[in-house]
Design a protein. Structure first.
Length: 188
C-alpha cells in the first residue's frame, strides 16, 4: 500500500453527507428514467427550420469511448495506489457520462429513432448488445452514483463492495455503446 493510499484510507467517513447524497442519487435516477421513458414517445420536439441533431450519434460514441478509457485509467491508477489520479479519472468518467446523457436526451427528444437494418447473425449480435447495454445502463445508474458517493464521502469499505460489481457493468455499458453505434451507423 502506497503512502498516498494509506493517507486516503485514514480519512473519516462522512455518513451524514453520504445519506443526503444518497437521496439525491435516487432523485437523479428517477428523473433520468422518466426522461428515458418520455423520449421513447412518437412525439418529438420540433427543431427550427434547417436545424438537425443528426451530428449527435457519433458524439455519443466518442463520449462513451472516452468514458471507457477513463474507467480503465481509474482501475489502473487505483491498482497502483495512485488515489488522486484514480479520482481524477472517475471525475472525468462522471463528467463525460453526464455529457453523454445530455446529448442522448437532446437527440432522442428531437429525432426519430433509427432502426437497425441488418439481418442474420449480425442482427442477433446487435440486439443482444443493445438490450444488455440498455438494461445494464438502467440497473447500474443508481449504483454508479452510490459507488461515487461512497468514495467521495470516505466510506471506503462500502465503495469497495459496490465497485466490485458496479465497475464491470459501467465498463460494459460504456464499451458497448460505441459498438452499437458502429453497427447502426450504416442505417442513419
Amino acid at each position: 500500500m502506497t503512502p498516498e493510499h494509506k493517507a486516503w484510507l485514514s480519512r473519516p467517513p462522512q455518513e451524514a453527507l453520504s445519506r443526503k447524497l444518497g437521496i439525491t442519487a435516487w432523485i437523479l435516477t428517477a428523473v433520468v428514467l422518466v426522461l428515458v421513458v418520455m423520449m421513447r414517445s412518437p412525439y418529438k420536439i420540433p427543431l427550427p427550420e434547417g436545424w438537425s441533431m443528426s451530428f449527435l450519434p457519433p458524439v455519443h460514441a466518442v463520449l462513451n469511448t472516452l468514458v471507457t478509457i477513463a474507467l480503465i485509467g481509474a482501475l489502473v491508477a487505483v491498482k497502483q495506489g495512485k488515489i488522486a489520479l484514480h479520482r481524477n479519472f472517475i471525475f472525468a468518467a462522471m463528467a463525460l457520462s453526464v455529457g453523454f446523457l445530455l446529448c442522448y436526451v437532446a437527440y432522442h427528444f428531437t429525432t426519430v429513432e433509427t432502426r437497425y437494418g441488418g439481418e442474420g447473425a449480425m442482427r442477433t449480435v446487435y440486439f443482444f448488445l443493445l438490450i444488455t447495454h440498455i438494461v445494464l445502463a438502467g440497473i447500474s445508474l443508481p449504483f454508479i452514483l452510490f459507488a461515487f458517493i461512497s468514495g467521495w464521502t470516505n466510506r471506503f469499505a462500502a465503495h469497495r463492495r459496490l465497485v466490485k460489481w458496479v465497475f464491470p457493468m459501467w465498463l460494459y455499458v460504456a464499451a458497448t455503446g460505441p459498438v452499437c453505434y458502429l453497427m447502426l451507423r450504416p442505417y442513419y
